[in-house]
Design a protein around this ligand. Structure first.
Ligand SMILES: [Zn+2]
Ligand SMILES: [Zn+2]
Length: 166
């Protein structure tokens, strides 16, 4: 088997929840997962991704309560170098089991095969948590707008036009 050095670690976070259908209302189950490194399609690289969630059978479906922490790959708004920013997210999501004559609903529905894709759900919630203009370090000096010199690495000749960040 050939393993590429740059291969991304892709794990499926598709989870079977179909069996909850036959569980009594109020039945809950806790889950915990940890990934050193994970790529969530199409664009999310995470490290130290800690997932804790609880699924509870409700009258109409399932309540998902999740608590996530991770380091998310982001680009520094000043020096443009990728770095890992700590993010965390806590949220609830309601899923309903599809009934044959069900009226329209705004809730997520559980597909007939019983699998929900937690990866795309977690991705959505984590991306919201990434602050705009996040920086690799508090005192990142950014790059020179004239020559592109990384000012963390050293000075350049354009000191006057340099943007100073407080
Ligand atoms: Zn930076
Ligand atoms: Zn310069």
């Amino acid at each position: 088997m050939i393993v590429l050095a740059m291969e991304k670690k892709i794990y499926s976070l598709r989870t079977n929840v179909g069996y909850f259908y036959n569980r009594p209302i109020g039945y809950t189950k806790e889950f915990e997962q940890f990934f050193d490194e994970i790529f969530i399609k199409p664009d999310l690289n995470l490290r130290n991704f800690n997932i804790q969630y609880r699924l509870s059978r409700t009258r109409e479906g399932l309540l998902l309560q999740a608590h996530l922490t991770a380091n998310m790959e982001a680009q520094c708004a000043r020096c443009l170098i990728p770095f890992f920013a700590p993010v965390k997210s806590e949220f609830e999501e309601l899923y309903t089991f599809l009934e044959r004559f069900q009226e329209e609903t705004d809730d997520e529905t559980i597909p007939e095969d019983g699998y929900i894709d937690l990866g795309s759900l977690f991705r959505e919630y984590l991306l919201i948590e990434l602050p705009m203009n996040s920086v690799c370090k508090k005192d990142c000096k950014g790059i020179c707008i004239e020559c592109g010199q990384d000012l963390n690495e050293g000075e350049c000749e354009h000191t006057d036009s340099r943007v100073i960040y407080e």
